[in-house]
Design a protein around this ligand. Structure first.
Ligand code: PLP
Length: 381
């Protein structure tokens, strides 16, 4: 767990690092809206701020919380999860080689497969669950970056962060992990050897479906980190201060929300795995999940709030089930207080690795019995 001054994450998160405004004694930080800052008479910027596109004090407060959660050397908050991921890829140079898995967040997968090559990156696709395949790819050509997502959307494949970090480093590559679904409460990829961790802060970190934001945390402040920082500034990818303030408020309850979602997701997954209308449940917390042992090793306190089910009766049955729910909301996104259900293949479109009988469930913090009764009724309707 991410301890700070001997306190567990739940304690220091509730108080947003215990920050008190020196001028007023306010226990909630002010929202810094200024786009520009006064220069000193001697022409310096002794307070460290010059202009709002590279930096903002409210954004920095959010960054310090996320940095502490992940145990990193520095953190950056960006205007979305996609901008966080793209800042990493755009910090590479044309001609650099990257290795990505076949299944990861569809928006990023589409960008990597369609646009990254135009930008000059060389892309190899390797199933990261197969360490021998990864090693073979790393041996084939010098590689700048290995990108993983675990658990991976929307099939919830899990890959072994520590083993992949070792392989990447043995071959001179950096490892970046999209840890949006694991959350820093359950898993801390930097402690397992990853160089960079990325979050769509839109999801669990904010947790209330009212902010689009992204985050990056680095194990060390390197040249690559400086280039990522330049990309954020040059592309204007910084988060607005109102959103940063909302994000700080959301993170105060991160620990409680994640634990509640995990507990309910585990109960729902177990119950649905013996449901007559469900052909398969994809959830790393089930003992028959192929990577359950790896997940148990690198996730602490639960297996996340995300699962997918494959409906008996194919795509039509899946879409019909989603149409019948009352408590669950039919919507995309994940990691919020309200539970969401989605026919994923309809969102991802042609070329998706997602089967068309699959419903993705984001378990929120409602009463788990209510969630299960609603699903059971919808499945049987
Ligand atoms: C949502 C999501 C993203 C993209 O984040 P945005 O905030 O929507 O830009 C990236 N990775 C994962 C795993 C996600 O769930």
């Amino acid at each position: 767990m991410a301890e700070k001054d001997g306190l567990r994450a739940r304690s220091w998160l509730a108080q947003a690092l215990g920050w008190i405004d020196e001028a007023s004694g306010a226990i909630v930080p002010p929202i810094h809206v200024a786009s520009t800052y006064e220069r000193d008479a001697d022409n310096a910027y002794s307070r460290g701020y010059s202009y709002g596109r590279p930096d903002n004090p409210t954004v920095q407060h959010a960054e310090e919380i996320i940095r502490t959660l992940e145990g990193g050397a520095a953190a950056m908050v960006l205007s979305s999860g996609m901008s966080a991921a793209l800042a990493v890829f755009l910090a590479l140079k044309p001609g650099d080689r990257v290795i990505v898995p076949p299944v990861f967040y569809w928006g990023l997968r589409r960008w990597v497969m369609q646009d990254a090559t135009q930008w000059g990156l060389i892309v190899d696709v390797v199933d990261m669950r197969d360490l021998a395949a990864l090693e073979a790819s790393l041996k084939r050509a010098p590689t700048a970056l290995v990108w993983i997502e675990t658990p991976a959307n929307p099939l919830w494949h899990v890959c072994d962060i520590a083993a992949i970090a070792q392989l990447a480093h043995d071959h001179g590559a950096l490892l970046a992990a999209d840890s949006t679904v694991a959350t820093p409460i359950l898993s801390q990829p930097l402690r397992l050897g990853a160089d960079l961790v990325m979050h769509s802060a839109t999801k669990y970190l904010n947790g209330h479906s009212d902010v689009i934001a992204g985050a990056l945390v680095t194990a060390a402040v390197t040249d690559v980190w400086s280039r990522i920082s330049s990309v954020r500034s040059a592309h204007g990818m910084i988060l607005g201060s109102f959103e940063a303030h909302q994000l700080i408020r959301g993170m105060r309850t991160l620990d409680l929300r994640v634990r509640a979602a995990c507990e309910s997701a585990q109960a729902i997954a177990e119950s649905l795995s013996v449901h007559p209308r469900v052909d398969a449940v994809l959830y790393p917390g089930l003992s028959d999940h192929p990577e359950h042992a790896i997940a148990a090793r690198q996730m602490h306190g639960g297996f996340g709030g995300m699962l997918s089910i494959r409906c008996h009766g194919g795509a039509a049955a899946a879409i019909k089930t989603a149409a019948q729910v009352r408590l669950w909301k039919r919507a995309t996104s994940l990691g919020s207080v309200e539970s969401l259900i989605e026919h994923r293949a309809s969102v991802e479109g042609p070329g998706t690795p997602c089967p068309d009988d699959l419903l993705r469930l984001s378990v929120g913090i409602e009463d788990p019995e209510d969630l299960l009764e609603d699903l059971d009724r919808a499945l049987r309707a």
